[in-house]
Design a protein around this ligand. Sequence first.
Ligand code: HEM
Length: 155
Amino acid sequence: MSINTSLIKESGKAVQDLGVQVAEYFYDNMFKNFPEVRAMFPGDMSEQRVRLFNSVLLIAGNIDNTDMLVPYLQELGVGHIKYDARPEHYTIVGKSLLQTLKHFLGPAWTKEMAEAWIAAYNLASTICIKAAYEAMAPGRFQPLTLEDVPPAQAV
Ligand code: HEM
């Protein structure tokens, strides 16, 4: 499925220009609608607040730059294993993100715009989730053998 990358880039920039209030709205909205994820984040969000959001804007700004984007998203997905971010959480973050964009973009949130963001978010999340899955693949476990702990030699 092709993504309307110019819509993503233009709207990402417009939202970025609105500053920190966008990140605040995003988290308030997510924690209100999905209180189950609140405990995953630090109590004091002042430092972390913009990181996730800035990262989304970085992704939006580079949505047509696959060479940069794919490794970035793979690393992000693997990095989120330590936060216990699961596939269902990506749905929650995505809904909250798109509701935030809708709120701030107002009349610019057209059907075309919504479709572009849905496609971009679905693709980005899938890359994150697949990378995390591959990083945790059972096949990566190398079973121990006696060679790892050789028995004492009889003298
Ligand atoms: C495409 C979606 C997402 C993007 C772009 C994103 C981006 C980021 C970034 C850039 C950071 C800070 C740097 C780092 O540790 O990697 C971060 C931290 C974090 N993210 Fe995500 N994230 C996404 C999805 C999620 C999901 C689905 C969850 C689970 C609810 C989540 C939970 C967290 C948590 C708990 C932190 C650490 C906060 C802290 O301890 O201060 N993220 N995220």
